[in-house]
Ligand binder design. Structure first.
Ligand SMILES: [Fe+2]
Ligand SMILES: [Fe+2]
Length: 475
């Protein structure tokens, strides 16, 4: 389930991209309808039916773009271009090869790419529109075959959005063609011929067999090229998310070696954020990966952050300049964005870097500056933002705020005391307007508090020393 729902910052698509998208839609409409104009002599009703088909294709493309934007509010123009280009390619292939290639191998593989990169709903919308707009109504397709294609593409769309590993993708690309083969054999094939007599079966049902084989080949090829699509179009598949969450990734390894305190803080935040996201039904894989990268910017100067100082000198005390210190703090966001760009992190992951700090005030340095009577502007002591635009980045901000307080809490503290601390931190963020754009409801905030409390109970449990008898050293 995707719950990245920005309210005040809708995606911005440049004029050139809009023009490209519009031109592709026009091309789709022309391809879908031009044959209706080739009839001679052309009369008024023909022109009318052409206009109808043309408009239908234009509206369908518009609906597809609308659905994809609804499901992925952070969708980029490149991804919209990918969706409609796939529609254009399929329409062209239909026109050129429809008597020879079954709709099965045409519709199912793009559905896999779209469901993996943009979710099941967009994929289902794509499948229905790609099945609706047939370029030439004169070509009759076996209705059973059409139905089987629709079912297998829908199955791929639904499962594709949930699949979490490349191995499951492989299984899908094998089982769907087998399913298609069996259903074609049942509904279309020549019933009298037995499956046991292989040679005879293949011979008489050659078309069915080759269709399913072609589907399997195209599906396997699609899986091979999905990583290329991921990097060109910035697609964020579940498999890519899980790959990025691998702690052996160079950037994360560097964090654990060069900023061990930040790494520990990150792991604890992952636990808090994951539990809270599970409670509200958000995207757990997204937040786990986002949390892992949220503070990578601290790599630019690890010892300027308290968690990495292990009692040694604090550089902030040495420079004794609150304005400079605030700049170093802001730099962990700016540098983080640079690391993200260098490591080609996808946009939804990069969003966690600035949004986890939002426009929060760097209270400690702000008060220090005030004490020194410096001529300061409060905004110089606030992070540049933006404030969290999704439920996931908002949860990360709250987890980031609660982590240090929960870690520092006395293990003998009661649940109510812990809940009180959590509530105070969350309330201060709310009052500061940090949660204004993320669409978290009151109920969800309540659930997030409970989730943080549960994680704290777990931490407390871990910190309690177990009594062991002298002779009993095994666990
Ligand atoms: Fe941070
Ligand atoms: Fe952090």
């Amino acid at each position: 389930m995707r719950s990245q729902v920005p309210i005040k910052q809708p995606i911005r698509i440049s004029k050139i991209d809009n023009l490209i998208i519009f031109l592709i839609c026009i091309l789709i409409s022309i391809i879908s309808s031009y044959k209706l104009l080739l009839i001679s002599p052309l009369n008024f009703s023909d022109i009318f039916s052409w206009l109808l088909t043309f408009t239908e294709a234009m509206i369908s493309s518009g609906i597809l773009i609308f659905v994809s934007k609804k499901e992925n509010p952070t969708i980029s123009s490149r991804q919209i271009i990918l969706i409609i280009s796939l529609l254009l390619i399929v329409q062209t292939i239909k026109l050129a090869f429809v008597p020879t290639i079954s709709p099965l191998s045409m519709i199912t593989p793009p559905a896999l790419i779209i469901s993996q990169g943009m979710g099941s709903i967009t994929a289902l919308a794509w499948v229905s529109i790609a099945s609706l707009n047939w370029p030439d109504p004169a070509i009759t397709i076996n209705t059973n075959l059409f139905f089987i294609s629709l079912v297998s593409a829908s199955v791929v769309s639904l499962l594709g959005g949930r699949i979490r590993s490349r191995a499951q993708l492989l299984q899908l690309s094998i089982f769907v063609p087998i399913g298609a083969l069996l259903s074609q054999w049942i509904f279309i094939g020549e019933e009298k011929i037995s499956l046991v007599d292989n040679q005879e079966f293949v011979f008489s049902n050659g078309k069915i067999f080759s269709d399913s084989l072609l589907l399997a080949i195209v599906m396997l090829f699609t899986i091979l090229i999905i990583p290329i699509f991921e990097s060109i179009f910035g697609l964020l598949t579940k498999a890519r998310l899980l790959e990025l969450a691998d702690k052996e990734k160079p950037l994360i390894r560097r964090l654990s070696l060069e900023a061990p305190g930040t790494f520990e803080h990150t792991l604890l935040i992952c636990g808090l954020a994951e539990e809270a996201t599970r409670m509200i039904g958000g995207d757990i894989d997204l937040i786990k990966t986002g949390a892992l990268y949220h503070d990578v910017g601290k790599l630019h100067a690890p010892n300027w952050f308290i968690e990495n100082q292990d009692g040694s000198k604090n550089p902030h005390d040495e420079i004794d300049d609150p304005i400079k210190s605030a700049e170093v703090l802001q730099a962990h966001v700016d540098e983080g964005l640079k690391y993200a760009r260098k490591n080609r992190l996808p946009k939804p992951i990069t969003n966690f870097i600035p949004e986890h700090q939002g426009t929060l005030k760097m209270g400690y340095f702000f008060h220090k500056a005030k004490e020194k009577n410096l001529a300061i502007n409060e905004n110089d002591f606030r992070y540049k933002g933006p404030i969290p635009q999704s439920k996931e980045t908002a949860i990360l901000m709250l987890a980031d705020g609660c982590e240090a307080a929960l870690r520092a809490m006395n293990i003998n503290a009661s649940d109510n005391e812990a809940l009180d601390t959590i509530s105070k931190i969350i309330y201060s963020r709310q009052k500061d307007g940090q949660l204004d754009d993320c669409s978290l409801s009151k109920g969800e905030i309540f659930l997030i508090k409970r989730a943080f409390l549960n994680v704290w109970k777990r931490i407390r449990h871990r910190r309690i020393q177990y009594p062991t008898s002298k002779n009993n050293t095994f666990s």
